[in-house]
Design a protein around this ligand. Structure first.
Ligand code: NDP
Length: 243
């Protein structure tokens, strides 16, 4: 049977922003291809018309193959949300450089791999949306964020360049730049004092920072515009976030 709404691909759909985005698009009737390493989290969502695959976004071939599998089942991808990311904060003289490698691989090359998996098809169809999740840390700097900020400035830069290149093909490209969001993201940082300082910073903003749902809403807002309207960037943060 033909689906009425087109396929949306979401990377990093096993928690946080990606998971909330999956739930939102599914509630609006879209079939989904969900990609992350933790398959069980995505399967537990139990969403209809959804293919969840355990894929590491740093594996370019696996990501491309997964998109082909999703498209074979649900038709062409109308949007990809390149959301998978890691934030390993560190003081530059002490941080293990392997953590820089991991962030560059996931946050930058992972986004490019997602773009690679869909861009040619979108150009061919003269239609599609590529939505890359960057950060406020892709526009300005923060303490102990050197390598992470480097990856997110890269996401901002490559996304805007991609938008210019795909505009002539009627493909929309959007940067989503959230401030602090309550998710698992900080949990992977290994420096306990930096983690504690970050938590303190979040507490200083009052009762809550952004929720994953807030960001999912922004992603959907960009997607839901008429075909001829490209939301180039959305920057959103808790009202009480000063930086
Ligand atoms: P979470 O840690 O909750 O989610 C991160 C997601 O990325 C998970 O689904 C994780 O899945 C996935 N992921 C990580 N590494 C890989 C990998 N190698 N391959 C595939 N998937 C991977 O954090 P958020 O929801 O907060 O993060 C989502 C995006 O939002 C990130 O790009 C982050 O930088 C950005 N962001 C977050 C902010 C915040 O304050 N939380 C602020 C600004 C931007 P799994 O581990 O199962 O593979």
């Amino acid at each position: 049977m033909q689906n009425r709404k087109p396929l949306i691909v979401i990377t990093g759909a096993s928690s946080g922003i990606g998971l909330a985005t999956a739930q939102l698009f599914s509630s609006l009737g879209h079939p989904l291809l969900l990609l992350a390493r933790r398959l069980e989290n995505m399967q537990a969502l139990n969403l209809p018309d959804t293919l969840a695959l355990s894929v590491d976004v740093t594996d370019r071939a696996a990501l491309a193959a997964a998109v082909q599998q999703g498209e074979a089942r649900f038709g062409p991808a109308d949007a990809i949300v390149n959301n998978a990311g890691v934030m390993l904060l560190g003081e530059i003289t002490r941080q293990d450089p392997d953590q820089w490698d991991r962030m560059l691989d996931v946050n930058v090359k992972g986004v490019l791999n997602g773009v690679h998996a869909v861009a040619a098809g979108m150009v061919q169809r003269q239609r599609g949306s590529i939505i890359n999740v960057s950060s406020v840390a892709g526009r300005k700097t923060f303490p102990n964020h050197v390598a992470y900020v480097g990856t997110k400035f890269a996401v901002h830069g490559l996304t805007e360049n991609l938008r210019e290149e795909l505009a002539a093909h009627n493909v929309r490209v959007t940067t989503i730049a959230p401030g602090a969001v309550e998710t698992e993201l900080l949990g992977h940082t290994t420096d306990d004092s930096i983690k504690a300082g970050y938590e303190e910073w979040k507490t200083s903003m009052g009762s809550k920072v952004l929720s994953a749902q807030d960001v999912a809403n922004a992603i959907h807002y960009a997607y839901a515009q008429p075909d001829g309207v490209c939301i180039r960037e959305i920057v959103l943060a808790a009202t009480r976030q000063q930086a």
